[in-house]
Ligand binder design. Sequence first.
Ligand code: HEM
Length: 234
Amino acid sequence: MTQIQTRSMSQGIDLEQGLVRSQAVAGALFFLFLLLHLSNILLAPLGAEVFNEYQRTVRALYQYPVIELVIVMIPIVVHAVAGVSLYFLRRGKKAVRSLRARLHTWAGVFLLLVIVGHVIAVRGPSFFYGVFPEFEGVSFSLWYFPAFFYPYYFLLAVAGFYHGSGGMMMLLRRFGILRMRQLPSPLIGLVAAAFLTSLLAFDGRLFEVPNQLEDDFGKLYAEILHLDINSPWK
Ligand code: HEM
């Protein structure tokens, strides 16, 4: 092997390590927000008031301008750019990967495809118009377009939980803080069932929810997108 080949190989390894590190740091920062966010979703079966009170409390933290940049917006961009770059860098290298490792990647790809749309859809109205979706906004979405929002929110929550917890476990194992290799399947099933219960709660299947036609978030979207929201979308 020539000197030039050796040097470019070691530069490739340095780049790969740099990307892995950036992705891990960004993932760990975003995990702080994800913990607050997913625990919020799991509170939906306790009612709109509990859900909204918790959200208002934690929102004061994650929407504090600098904090929002450091634990939400910048980590999303860095994590996604590093992930895509690693995919291209490692393409062609053959490696046998377990089903769980492949699921981790698929969940990440799903999140990559939907996360920007989710952030724009739920953060845009509060950022530009001061209208916060809260319990009633999610409730409105499920009432207005259930065929889309049930699978979308369910997959978003499960993928976020699976990818986020898997990534965090990898990191903790690397530092010798954790021994467990992966979450037990029954626990993942239980959490998925809890997310589904939350969606049923938002949708008014567990208790009565506020009238969706009165919701400001829905009204704002109706105005912007010229939707008729007097009845669910057909
Ligand atoms: C059932 C699943 C989910 C629902 C119903 C949901 C709903 C919402 C709502 C209502 C907000 C606005 C929060 C606020 O105004 O304080 C929000 C914000 C956000 N969500 Fe989700 N979300 C879900 C899952 C996820 C997952 C899994 C992720 C990430 C992997 C995620 C990432 C975000 C981000 C980044 C924001 C913007 C935070 C900010 O800067 O204020 N969401 N979501």
